[in-house]
Design a protein. Structure first.
Length: 373
């Protein structure tokens, strides 16, 4: 198999947040028989795929760090056995209250060199409104333990447009997190997804209006830029050299293998997605059946749209000459006029070939891409 990324989905968390539409389920204080079945299934699925010379590994969820130490070691050991070379980047997602020094030491022992810690806000009231299980002090304890153990590459997840959040409270959160000097920040605007408790509560009227939401985005861009973070993707900011390699592979439409319920794989224009129902996924693996629920050969138009959509989300942008070479289109003549119009509006930078969105353009990227297509 070509060098790629490896993603492993652990669908368990202590309590599912009201805004979350990911494939996950709350298990409270834990159910070792249940989590053990899932780890066994993940290991079995990993053993079925071609040996993966992965450049990056990412264990996400859910909250992977809810796994007991022994089960986490089983999973990490299997990853090591299935990866020929030590990955350049090995990330594990965790949430405050689910990690201690024993688990953190285990991560380091098995080659994990990057943590992604869910914080969302430094304001306890905002965390309660989201249904998070932790407060700011809990986050600090976990972050400081990770530093003490020796982690030198930490991402912190934050959220904007939280119920009750204001630009001032966001500034306070950003100031507190910047003071901790993480290497990477992911800052997502809350989206109310259908089928979640938040959708039942707010419907199609989000708790923060669009103008305020955009103001929060601008505050985030400015403060993190002044703190030395490069805004390298619409929701991601990194100190130089600490961009997330695993996600960059997604944005460049590289090859990757997905393990676990709802996980997707992509190789050479073919996408496969596993069964989303996590219980059905386990039963399927235990019976020795194929866990893929959907397989799709992407058309040239789909590949172009993905390349455009993903490429323009990043600071690197796209090159029209590369698109014309790969997809045999005459995009320069088709797009030249609208691109120049967008450039005059300050939404993108365009030199006749290279195209990259400005921070203002990233906010309306869907509109720009829609017009180009």
């Amino acid at each position: 198999m070509a060098r790629s990324g490896l993603y492993i989905h652990v669908p368990f968390c202590v309590r599912k947040c009201g805004y979350c539409d990911f494939c996950s389920v709350g298990i409270g204080d834990g159910d070792e028989a249940l989590t053990g079945r899932m780890v066994d299934a993940l290991v079995q699925e990993m053993e079925r795929v071609d040996r993966n010379d992965a450049v990056t590994v990412f264990i996400g969820g859910g909250t992977p760090s809810v796994l007991p130490v022994g089960q986490m070691e089983q999973l990490l050991k299997s990853v090591r056995e299935r990866v020929i070379e030590a990955p350049e980047e090995f990330t594990v997602e965790c949430n405050p209250g689910t990690v201690d020094e024993e688990k953190l030491s285990l991560f380091l022992e098995y080659g994990v060199n990057r943590l992604s810690i869910g914080c969302q806000s430094a304001q306890d009231e905002e965390l309660r409104s989201l249904g998070r299980i932790h407060n700011w002090t809990d986050f600090l304890d976990g972050y400081e333990s990770a530093r003490k153990i020796g982690f030198e590459n930490i991402n912190v997840d934050l959220m904007t447009a939280i119920p009750g959040q204001t630009e001032d409270s966001l500034k306070q959160t950003l100031e507190k997190v910047i003071d901790l000097q993480p290497e990477h920040l992911s800052v997502y605007s809350l989206i109310i997804e259908e089928g979640t408790p938040f959708f039942d509560r707010y419907g199609e009227t989000p708790p923060v209006d669009e103008e305020t939401d955009r103001g929060m985005y601008e505050v985030t861009c400015r403060m993190l830029g002044e703190a030395g973070f490069r805004h390298y993707e619409v929701s991601n900011y990194a100190k130089p050299g600490y961009e997330c390699r695993h996600n960059r592979n997604y944005w460049k439409r590289g090859n990757y293998v997905g393990i676990g319920p709802a996980a997707s794989s992509h190789r050479d224009g073919i996408r496969r997605t596993n069964i989303r129902d996590w219980e059905a996924y386990m039963r399927c693996i235990e019976k020795g059946e194929d866990s893929v629920e959907e397989a799709e050969v992407l058309t040239a138009e789909q590949k172009l749209l993905e390349t455009l959509y993903l490429g323009l989300r990043t600071a690197d942008g796209i090159r029209i000459s590369e698109l014309e070479k790969e997809y045999s289109g005459n995009y320069r003549s088709e797009w030249d006029l609208p691109l120049r119009d967008f450039a005059e509006e300050g939404l993108l930078v365009y030199d006749g070939d290279a195209v990259s969105l400005t921070e203002q353009g990233l906010w309306v990227s869907d509109t720009i891409i829609g017009q180009l297509m």
